[in-house]
Every structure is written in structure tokens, then in C-alpha cells.
Design a binder for this molecule. Structure first.
Ligand SMILES: *[C@@H]1O[C@H](CO)[C@@H](O)[C@H](O)[C@H]1NC(C)=O
Length: 180
């Protein structure tokens, strides 16, 4: 028993660490990351998302950064027959590439990006039901590349998600018309 206990504690600490440490794109460059992104695929274990994920349309995120390094996102989301718009502001949290929204209810982190084609964004959303994980594949173009989708799928288990939680967003021009 005396020997078992420290092992258990250690195992628990490892679990906690694994959950907290999501890798952030090294040398994250805000200037290169700013601009328009299409959300082409999303995976999440949020129960609301899982109920409505089929038939979701691709949203457009226009990202800019304040002089303090905070991230501002204008989200245009085709919903019912309209283009719904949301403005979100995330405060930089520690290193660039990691941000937190008001009341720390939402945390986002840019795990990987090549700036010109794709980005993988990890989100934690804290609400009454607990914490849900959201992983999104963002692209500069609305056309999804099979190779990027494959890489995205391979990342899911590392953030605690499974393939059945994934949805490819349907292409839509509802919001492109409105933003151009
Ligand atoms: C979602 O997955 C994360 C990581 O595995 C877990 O901590 C969380 O409790 C899950 N949330 C729900 C709503 O299942």
C-alpha cells in the first residue's frame, strides 16, 4: 500500500498534465494568421453539437489581432436561411497562439498552421454540463483537401475525441455573398 500510493498519485498527475498540454504552433505569427478562414470540419464531444452536427454549414471566421496581441474573431455562420454574425474577443493567455474568452469560459489554441492553407484550432468550452472539446480544421479555401482531412482525423484521439464526433461542414454561399 505504501508503495502503491505514490504511483497512483503520479499516474493522476500525468493524466492532468496530458489534458492541459495542447501543443501550440511554435513561433506563432499573428500577422500571417490574420484574415479569412473557412471552418471546413469540426469534431466535438459537446452533446448539443453531436445532436445537430449533420447538415451543419461551413462558417467563415475573419480573424484580426489587437495591438496587445488579443484575438478578435468575426464569425459568419449560415444558419436557417440566414447568415448569422457573431463577434468574439479572446485575450491572449501566455504565449501567442493561446487565447481565452470572457470569464474563461472558452479557451482556444492554434495547434498547427502553415498560414496559407490550413490551421487546426483546439477549443475548450466550459459550461454547466462540464467541459467539451472542439477541434476544428480551418482552411483559406472552402474546398477541403483529402490529405488535410486525413491528418485532421489522425489528431482526434490525441485530444480525446473519436471519429464519430466528426462532421464535414457543407459548403454554402449564404455568407460569402454577404461578406463580399
Ligand atoms: C470531452 O472530452 C474531454 C477530454 O477527453 C473530457 O474531459 C470531457 O469531460 C468530455 N466532455 C463531454 C461533455 O463528454
Amino acid at each position: 500500500m505504501m508503495v502503491m500510493l505514490p504511483c497512483l498519485v503520479l499516474a493522476l498527475l500525468c493524466l492532468l498534465r496530458a489534458e492541459a498540454e495542447i501543443p501550440v504552433q511554435p513561433d506563432f505569427d499573428t500577422e500571417k494568421f490574420a484574415g479569412t478562414w473557412y471552418v471546413v470540419a469540426t469534431a466535438s464531444n459537446c452533446s448539443v453539437f453531436l445532436k445537430m452536427k449533420d447538415g451543419m454549414k461551413s462558417s467563415i471566421a475573419t480573424i484580426s489581432f489587437t495591438p496587445e496581441g488579443n484575438l478578435a474573431m468575426n464569425l459568419a455562420w449560415p444558419m436557417l436561411d440566414k447568415c448569422q454574425k457573431f463577434e468574439l474577443l479572446f485575450q491572449r493567455s501566455g504565449q501567442a497562439g493561446h487565447y481565452m474568452a470572457a470569464q474563461e469560459k472558452r479557451e482556444i489554441c492554434v495547434m498547427k498552421t502553415d498560414y496559407s492553407h490550413y490551421a487546426i484550432m483546439h477549443q475548450l468550452q466550459h459550461n454547466e454540463q462540464g467541459t467539451s472539446v472542439v477541434l476544428q480544421l480551418l482552411m483559406r479555401e472552402q474546398d477541403l483537401s483529402a490529405e488535410l482531412l486525413q491528418n485532421f482525423k489522425e489528431l482526434l484521439p490525441s485530444v480525446g475525441l473519436t471519429q464519430d464526433m466528426l462532421t464535414i461542414m457543407l459548403k454554402s454561399d449564404q455568407c460569402t455573398k454577404a461578406t463580399r
